[in-house]
Design a protein around this ligand. Structure first.
Ligand SMILES: [Zn+2]
Length: 434
């Protein structure tokens, strides 16, 4: 047992130092990550208060300026700032979200909010991959850089937003449109990417736009025993067959490796609605007068959206077969200047090459740039014309975000801190006026 006086002296000593003593005390680094993971921020009822308190305490320990903005009451966006030596240069924004997707407790081998570490060093918790790891890695990287005496030229913002998992409408979207954001004078955004099962990290330069399509067929109702043309069911079935062929052709390109999974147009049927209800289910001797189906379509910004829309109009829901269609959601692949919402990966965007160099500098390997198959908050910044890079420093790890038993190994987490250290150092030191 440690005598009380010694303990007290130790405590005083620690608190008198500007930065925590234990430079390489990985157990402290891991336990801070565990603390963040243990805060249950699962939608639909995230504990935003506790998460904010935790992040703000971290910010204080790092002497970062902190601002909490609630564009919507109870949904804090936390903005931490490490002021650069040249405040006139556009800043670097490191972005993460505090919320996580819900869990099915019973499917987990370790409780999802306990951050249990198993014998192989795997940390099990919701958010280990998506994306509490990154939020904490930003802070740990700053801690290490502070300790090394590094001074950023550009200001570095570390932003935590509340609601990416439910669309980001009250967080990222409102932030991107705000005066607060304009004043931050952001020049580049680094947001989440995806884990990689291989040794290569993945960098994302765009994402697909959701188009939620409903097609409807109508036709004369009739006796179930009669064969006649243009029934609603027959018309809808023809469309489903055509759409299935298109889906297969896109999927073939992905399976053969000709295109990445974010580069094809994905189409998935999500519901079918037809039939004449009866007390026991559906009438079995009636051909109904209408039938509809819903599709979740994801359109990459490198696709031709006009061609797709013509295809829908002429082949998937043609008026000639008594069909109509509507979009429940249709996010444009263009920004307000009519350009595809993509972050340039060529020399027109120095941030891309700088980020790649920084990752390699830290010993990371990279695959070719990819389009994110789903949606992230990065779109709200890309649509403004800002370069936004999607990156999660997670390699050699199965993709388990939104899945049961999400985990990240201690080693991979710690390596990610070094990668972010390199990214911050490189981006914040870039002195060209871009
Ligand atoms: Zn995420």
């Amino acid at each position: 047992m440690v005598p009380r006086t010694v303990l007290l002296r130790l405590l005083l000593l620690t608190s008198a130092l500007p930065w925590p003593l234990a430079a390489d005390d990985t157990s402290l680094v891991i336990s801070r990550f565990q603390s963040y993971l243990r805060i249950n921020t699962a939608q639909p009822q995230p504990n935003y208060g506790e998460a904010a308190e935790f992040i703000l305490a971290q910010a204080r320990s790092l002497s970062l300026e902190a601002q909490t903005v609630e564009f919507v009451s109870g949904k804090p966006v936390i903005i931490l700032k490490w002021a650069g030596t040249d405040p006139n240069l556009p800043s670097v924004m490191l972005y993460s979200h505090t919320d996580v997707v819900p869990v099915e407790q019973s499917k987990w081998i370790h409780p999802p909010f306990e951050a249990h570490i198993d014998g192989d060093g795997r940390i099990f918790a919701r958010g280990t991959q998506d994306m509490k790891c990154i939020g904490m890695q930003h802070l740990e990287a700053v801690r290490r850089l502070r300790r090394s005496g590094f001074q950023p030229v550009r200001s570095v913002y570390i932003v935590f937003s509340p609601d990416e998992e439910i669309g980001g409408h009250d967080g990222a979207k409102k932030l991107a449109e705000s005066e607060v954001f304009r004043k931050m004078n952001v020049g580049v955004v680094v947001d989440e990417g995806a884990p990689s099962p291989s040794e290569n990290y993945r960098l994302f330069y765009g994402e697909r736009s959701p188009w939620w399509l409903v097609i409807k067929a109508t036709g004369a109702p009739g006796d179930g025993a009669k064969l006649y043309d243009n029934t609603a069911m027959e018309n809808l079935a023809k469309s489903i067959e055509t759409i299935s062929k298109f889906r297969a052709s896109q999927f073939d390109m992905e399976k053969s490796g000709l295109k990445g999974n974010g580069e094809v147009i994905s189409v998935n049927m999500v519901y079918l609605k037809a039939g004449t209800p009866s007390p026991t289910g559906f009438a079995m001797n009636l051909q109904p007068y209408e039938a509809e189906a819903g599709f979740d379509i994801r359109v990459p910004p490198i696709a031709d959206p006009e061609a797709l829309e013509r295809r829908i109009d002429e082949e998937w829901a043609p008026a000639s077969r008594n069909m109509t269609y509507e979009f429940k959601q249709k996010v444009s692949v263009y920004n307000k200047h009519g350009k595809p919402v993509l972050t340039a990966t060529d020399s027109s965007n120095p941030w891309w090459a700088l980020t790649e160099a920084a990752v390699r500098e830290a010993g990371g390997k990279l695959g070719k740039p990819e389009i994110f198959p789903g949606a992230t908050d990065a779109r709200y910044f890309r649509v403004l014309g800002l370069p936004a890079i999607g990156f999660s420093p997670i390699a050699n790890t199965p993709i388990l975000f939104h899945d049961h038993n999400e985990y990240l190994t201690k080693a991979e987490y710690l390596k990610g801190i070094q990668v972010y250290e390199s990214i911050i150092k490189t981006l914040a030191s870039y002195a060209n006026d871009s």
